[in-house]
Ligand binder design. Sequence first.
Ligand SMILES: [Zn+2]
Length: 451
Amino acid sequence: MNNSDEVLEKLLGKSFTQNTILHRIKDLCLLGSRFSGTESEKNAQQYMIDFLSELNVSKQEYEFEYQGWWRGACNFYIRTDAKREFPAISLVLAPSTPDEGTKGRIIDCGGGSVTEMNRLKEIIPGNIAMVHSGNTEEGWLHRRIKYANAYKFGASGFIFANHNPGQLFPTGSVRSNRIGEIPAIGISKESYEYIKEMMNRYEDVTGKITVYNNYENTTSKHIIWEIPGVQKDEVIIIGGHYDGHDIAQGATDNAASIAVLLELTKLMVENNYVPYRTIRFIAFAVEEFGVVGSNILVNDKGVKNIVAMINFDGLVGHIPKHIACNGYEELYKAMLKLKEELLYEPKISKSIITASDNFPYMCKGIPNFCVYGEKPDPRAGRGYGHTSADTFDKISKVDAKLSLAFALVFIDKFSKLAELPKRLSDSEVVKILRDAKLEENLKLLEKWPFK
Ligand SMILES: [Zn+2]
């Protein structure tokens, strides 16, 4: 009765009656941040290896070199009538300042788009550009684009302010796999509002950033394992990144998704589930440094036999689940047909996610998804993500189980499609990215792999 609906139903039942998904998420969170280059990261690797060994699943470890980065002391103050200090942290891959710090007038660049910075182009050079993490006048832009804009306009420093309240500092990388050009810090919304008030009162508000970070090349590894399918040579990748940010547990981003990969494996193996196509699970390393690990893997090993890629990034924590088809029309149509069979109706869109591990596969033309919990309020943006508040207590028990069940049904139904959408050619992928007006920003981010 392998691969029958009966097995699926049994697995579905177990995904709800067992509590193991919650234990798994908690275990991963309690290992610590799993930040690249830390002991916690190594412990997470060992945790996954031990888990798979217990299930008798053979695994591969793919090791690679990347630009390592470790946080050091960070100090930030402004001076008007008096010195006022604010708690701040360096953004990831930002350089250290000289010992005497980086000083400059603080320029409020709003959301940090080119439109906003253009209006200030006379005064940004040599000064500190301050932007918030909310929407810009050009719509939503990734932090790395805002940083690249600040650098391009000649800023000597970069302040990234949370747009959500709660005295939380946002973190995140400023470049992909290389050290950025100018120092960059994250501050809370409350500090940001305070500084803006001071700017209303005083014509010139100067700031000083002093940061000591460490950086050198180091190595990490992906953990890869498979469940062979009836169609052995057609491989569907189910991936998610296991690294988090050093200031948090990275519960929703992305320990919980990794817990789902592990629990899916356990359910499938223990119940002799044979997928129609081979499922290759990949726990990706070094995603938070700018989608580094998956990019290296795809460029090194290629995409032979890979017929689709499903990426879970922030799967647990919010409903409905959002299946982004990354601009791929045929994939989108196929998913609309499957929608009613997917346990409960997810949101299905053609949204293009370039800042997660599906993107290197997208660039190779592989039909690819990024799947995540849709935030109930779009104004909330990242919410707790990339702050110290992304912790285990934010995970709801029912949504953890629901996410596991959802992933199970989605993978089963999708992998059984008689015909999967074909791979796209380079020119077809380029057209999708150009039509979405992403070319310029991807080039700015050094993520445009085409001629
Ligand atoms: Zn993530």
